[in-house]
Write a protein that binds this ligand. Structure first.
Ligand SMILES: Nc1ncnc2c1ncn2[C@@H]1O[C@H](COP(=O)(O)OP(=O)(O)OP(=O)(O)O)[C@@H](O)[C@H]1O
Length: 259
């Protein structure tokens, strides 16, 4: 198994709605005894309504946050924020908001180079940055520019280049195609497909778009109210959903009509 999550609960304390001095903190349960197994080599899409816990699941799975209860294992080993083990080296991450993963003060070439330096990857880092920019369809000469000089779609390409820089075994991507127009999105989806296949990289994708989930992943996990309610091969789950939440997601896809 690449990841195994057992009985994972994650709660947040947030200020209540009432004005002071009556305000009391309330607890929000983002993950509630969640179980999930991610077999090695099977690309997995995580889908679910807004607020179902998808981004929290990724943060806990990446050992960026500790669960309040339950365990997270990466290739059989227990991982925590203090002891992430092999996880940090093996996984590349594309955040929901590409702007947030790129330092606005750094030229994008330096941002892409950073994981190569942090993980002490051998070889000519300048040549690797040029190769990565080329692979995501950008002119290597743009390495000297800062993120503000790029469009949203270009920043997503740069974030992808950075996530793939050190040749990760797993790419974890949280809604990486959300901030772009449909044509750019289709190009980015094809790019992720090509680059993960070429590098033998396993993909773990959070997406609101069921079509993209189906295009890129073999398996799907459906989240509802802080738990995984259904998992299996995408084709089977979408053709014969067993959970109400899956049926609701499938029913909410707007058909395109023409002619
Ligand atoms: N840092 C936080 N502090 C307080 N509450 C949080 C925090 N992060 C998440 N939550 C709450 O946990 C629940 C799950 O949030 P999460 O962002 O994981 O959902 P999601 O499925 O990724 O949603 P979306 O599809 O809208 O991104 C929500 O009720 C959210 O408000």
């Amino acid at each position: 198994m690449t990841f195994s999550l057992a009985g994972v609960t994650r709660r947040y304390s947030v200020p209540g709605d009432r004005p002071r001095p009556w305000r009391r903190g309330v607890t929000r349960t983002a993950l509630d005894g969640l179980d999930l197994e991610v077999p090695t080599g099977r690309d997995l899409a995580i889908v679910g309504a807004s607020g179902s816990g998808k981004s929290t699941l990724l943060r806990v799975l990446l050992a960026l946050e500790a669960p309040d209860a339950g365990t997270v294992r990466f290739r059989g080993d227990l991982v925590t924020p203090r002891a992430p083990g092999a996880l940090r080296h093996a996984v590349g991450v594309v955040a929901q908001d590409p702007a947030s993963s790129l330092d606005p003060r750094l030229p994008v070439g330096a941002s892409i180079r950073e994981p190569l330096e942090c993980l002490r990857v051998d070889g000519d880092h300048g040549a690797r940055v040029a190769q990565l920019l080329d692979a995501v369809g950008l002119d290597p000469a743009v390495a000297a520019r800062r993120p503000a000089a790029f469009s949203g779609g270009e920043r997503q390409r740069i974030a992808l280049a950075r996530a793939l820089a050190a040749g990760p075994e797993v790419l974890v991507a949280d809604e990486p195609f959300s901030a772009v127009d449909p044509t750019t999105r289709a190009r980015l989806v094809a790019l992720v497909d090509d680059l993960t296949r070429a590098g033998g990289t396993q993909l773990l994708l959070v997406s609101h778009d069921l079509g993209i989930a189906q295009r890129l992943c073999a398996d799907v996990a459906v989240l509802d109210a802080s738990r995984v309610v259904e998992t299996g091969p995408v084709a089977t789950v979408f053709a014969r959903p067993s959970a109400d939440a899956t049926r609701a997601l499938l029913g909410a896809v707007l058909p395109v009509e023409w002619g």
